[in-house]
Design a protein around this ligand. Structure first.
Ligand SMILES: NC(=O)c1ccc[n+]([C@@H]2O[C@H](COP(=O)([O-])OP(=O)(O)OC[C@H]3O[C@@H](n4cnc5c(N)ncnc54)[C@H](OP(=O)(O)O)[C@@H]3O)[C@@H](O)[C@H]2O)c1
Length: 279
């Protein structure tokens, strides 16, 4: 797999940060995107210390024009990872748990439009590139989630946004494979990142960031269109989605994560003020 030039959104934290550090070595150029300048600088500094050429771009993935400008002028791109994303759960209400309107809109704008704003310019760049020795022009990988495989009542807009990402990437990837571009969708379970640190419920199959990064890179290198882990959680989620809605819901509503307010809303200003990680 050619990996000289790599672009990553959400590189300031969690999985995107882990990917950036794992690719950082001499001869590689890393284009790192995120909103928080300090954390992005910190990741870039660590990548440069490992010998890579790291360039940062502070942006909001919802900014279509800004993303187009950044990605279309970055130069050749071998690998693009769309990692930027947010999550949140329902809140308790007088009548019923619900998601506030602005939370739902922010979820779709960030998780869906943000991925589209990354993937479309990346596709245009890659389609103009010559094929490499392996016949490939480039590889694009987007973070979906096992949440996108189910209709989980604790996080409706997150589930919906990730289902969109997964279907878009996998379906488009069928056509793009013929053009020499691999498109991979990652449907993973819980990963131990700042996104999940505030969850105060059991997270079955919780994967450490380093293990998640290795699974993603291995899947992309093998040209996998669907990268799923832990396999049993992805398989179980697909099975749950085959059940009648009321049967599945009666199970989900009894889970701690199915309760209102169990998941912190990420991607807000206070999240941007998180301290720099030490490792
Ligand atoms: N952790 C999990 O359990 C898990 C499971 C399945 C899928 N995923 C998905 O994996 C991806 C990465 O998650 P993570 O766990 O690494 O989360 P994280 O540690 O919270 O990192 C999220 C990243 O997204 C960036 N981001 C958020 N909103 C943005 C915006 N509007 N514009 C630009 N960047 C924005 C953040 O940038 P700043 O910090 O600079 O704001 C940060 O770099 C997400 O798409 C998530 O949904 C995560």
């Amino acid at each position: 797999m050619k990996q000289d030039s790599i672009l990553i959104t959400g590189a300031s934290s969690g999985i995107g940060r882990g990917l950036a550090l794992s690719f950082a070595r001499p001869g590689r150029t890393l284009h790192l995107g995120g909103r928080n300048r300090d954390r992005l600088h910190d990741v870039a500094r660590r990548c440069i210390a490992r010998g890579a050429d790291a360039r940062i771009n502070v942006h909001d993935v919802r900014d279509r024009a800004g993303m187009e400008e950044w990605i279309s002028t970055a130069g050749p791109l071998d690998l693009v990872f769309a990692c930027a994303g947010i999550t949140a759960s329902t809140r308790g209400g007088a009548e019923a748990p619900h998601e506030p309107d602005d939370q739902i809109r922010r979820m779709f704008a960030t998780n869906v439009d943000g991925v589209v704003n990354t993937v479309l310019p990346a596709l245009h760049v890659m389609l103009r590139q010559p094929r490499g020795a392996d016949g490939m022009r480039g590889r694009i990988c987007a973070m979906a989630s096992v949440a996108g495989l189910v209709s989980f009542p604790g996080t409706p807009s997150y589930c919906a946004s990730k289902a969109e990402v997964d279907r878009f990437i996998v379906a488009t990837g069928g056509n793009m494979a013929r053009a020499g571009i691999v498109m991979s969708s990652v449907t993973c379970g819980f990963v131990a990142t700042p996104m999940t640190t505030q969850n105060d419920f059991p997270m079955p199959g919780l994967t450490q960031t380093g293990d998640a990064v290795r699974a993603i890179v291995k899947g992309v290198a093998r040209g996998r269109r669907c990268i799923s882990f832990p396999w049993w959680l992805a398989a179980g989620s697909r099975f749950m989605d085959l059940l009648p809605v009321r049967v599945a819901e009666s199970y989900y509503f009894r889970q701690p994560a199915g309760q209102a307010g169990t998941m912190a809303e990420t991607g807000l200003d206070d999240a941007a003020a998180r301290p720099l990680p030490t490792a």
